[in-house]
Design a protein around this ligand. Structure first.
Ligand SMILES: Cc1cc2nc3c(=O)[nH]c(=O)nc-3n(C[C@H](O)[C@H](O)[C@H](O)COP(=O)(O)OP(=O)(O)OC[C@H]3O[C@@H](n4cnc5c(N)ncnc54)[C@H](O)[C@@H]3O)c2cc1C
Length: 247
């Protein structure tokens, strides 16, 4: 979903000058500059760092999402609760990319890479060939899907990107009961957002305490108490083995 104000760059936005660029019919792509696969926080930071270090060679960020690099942290906080506009998620304005000579190709998934002594060529799902002298993979992470019966049911959602957050926000508008699988930071933030909308919320955590991989036991206990005080049910040492439609 996009609006006129979105930080979406045109998908054919190209870096100035030669270098990592879409193929020109009949000619092999030039192997120059840096191609960064994954147009999010790490990829953008790398592009900016190259410019700050005085690298004037072409830099192209290519990402499969249809958006210019944006911040994910608000997706489970202000954006989920509807307090933030899409345009506020962007790391940088469209003008920044042009000023810095950082090319941005959105909505393109890189599906293969061929390496050679002088660089290589990456190919995208839509058939573009992108030449490079240097390649950086900043492809991030993806949510682990549950490998249990019912994991594909309607209403089972994950939260990683902006589209996920928009789907979740839409479903939250009409949901009465919300079950969150995973009592880590993102799960608990989502629980808080759902409770703020007065939903019946249960957090199911496989480990013996909340945020067990990130914080000390005393902090886990304090968070559990805080969420329970706000009306969230917390189930610990409870691995989900299946999901069923209906109540
Ligand atoms: C809901 C949520 C809340 C968060 N809250 C916080 C917080 O409060 N504090 C905090 O410190 N961190 C938070 N994080 C974590 C933080 O957002 C991540 O650490 C950060 O996004 C990592 O950036 P990245 O660029 O390494 O990877 P990602 O942001 O995962 O970006 C990788 C990008 O690569 C793209 N990609 C993958 N494969 C390909 C391919 N083959 N071709 C083209 N593109 C590809 C993906 O589509 C994606 O856009 C949160 C994350 C989420 C999801």
């Amino acid at each position: 979903m996009s609006t006129g104000e979105d930080p979406v760059m045109p998908s054919d936005h190209q870096p100035p000058g030669p270098g990592p660029s879409a193929d020109r019919p009949g000619t092999p792509p030039r192997r120059e500059g840096t191609l960064i696969v994954g147009a999010s926080q790490a990829g953008l930071q790398l592009a900016v760092a190259l410019r700050q270090a005085g690298d004037t060679s072409p830099v192209l960020l290519v990402g499969e999402e249809p958006y210019a690099p944006y911040q994910r942290p608000p997706l489970s906080k202000e954006y989920l609760s509807g307090a933030l506009e899409p345009s506020a998620l962007a790391f940088r304005s469209p003008a920044f990319y042009a000023e810095q000579g950082i090319g941005l190709l959105t909505g393109e998934r890189v599906t293969s890479v061929d390496l050679s002594a002088d660089g290589g060529t990456a190919r995208t799902a839509s058939g573009r060939a992108l030449g490079f002298a240097r390649l950086a993979l900043t492809v991030g992470a993806a949510p682990r899907r549950l490998d249990v019966p019912g994991a594909g049911l309607d209403g089972v959602l994950t939260l990683r990107d902006r589209d996920d957050a928009e789907r979740l926000r839409e479903r939250l508008a009409t949901a009465r009961r919300v079950v969150i699988v995973g009592g880590g930071f993102i799960g608990l933030e989502t629980a808080a957002a759902a409770r703020a909308r007065d939903k019946d919320v249960t957090v199911v955590e496989a480990g013996p305490r909340l945020m067990g991989r990130a914080v000390a036991p005393a902090v886990s206990a304090a968070y559990r108490a805080a969420h329970e005080r706000r009306g969230t049910r917390v189930l610990l040492s409870a691995a989900v083995t299946g999901l069923r439609a209906g109540a």
